[in-house]
Design a protein around this ligand. Structure first.
Ligand code: HEC
Length: 129
């Protein structure tokens, strides 16, 4: 009987620990989860390619994203490529690309796209080296 009580307490403690760990991860890491670049390419074509080509030198309403997977890591010091791309999608006016105006890229993607789709698009853009 004593043993089962100990086991019960142990399970309870581990469960609480697990929940606490999840809570910490969710609040302290603002970045998203792992994305699927193949799904991201499809989502990019559906939502972004009207304004962005991925070919060098082809400028539409927005800048070409050729090479953005590499360039994104050099844009803002202390900001990783993944963070820069995520911010560019959810808060486009935070960093405005030189030569372009603020307020043209819609700021509504965080509401219009599922979190997973944003993760997928970021994963796809990271492949554009
Ligand atoms: C209506 C046109 C439009 C759409 C749609 C659009 N963008 Fe943009 N985007 C822009 C413009 C204009 C800029 C440059 C101004 C700025 O930084 O906001 C830009 C900037 C960017 C940048 C920064 C590029 C750099 O070199 O700094 C990224 C990354 C980006 N967009 C990704 C996306 C993604 C991903 C989507 C789809 C989810 C998307 N955009 C949809 C117009 C658009």
């Amino acid at each position: 009987m004593r043993t089962s009580l100990v086991v019960l307490l142990l399970v309870l403690a581990l469960t609480l620990f697990g929940l606490a760990a999840c809570g910490t991860a969710a609040t302290s890491v603002p970045s998203g989860g792992a994305g699927d670049a193949v799904a991201g390419e499809a989502a990019f074509k559906a939502n972004c390619s009207g304004c962005h080509s991925v070919e060098a030198g082809v400028t539409r309403t927005g800048p070409s994203l050729a090479g953005i997977g590499t360039a994104a890591g050099t844009m803002v010091s202390g900001t990783s490529a993944e963070q820069f791309l995520r911010q560019s999608i959810v808060d486009p006016n935070a960093q405005v690309t030189a030569g372009f105006s603020a307020g043209i890229m819609p700021g509504t993607f965080s509401a219009r796209l599922a979190a997973q789709q944003i993760d997928d698009i970021v994963a796809y853009l990271l492949t554009l080296k």
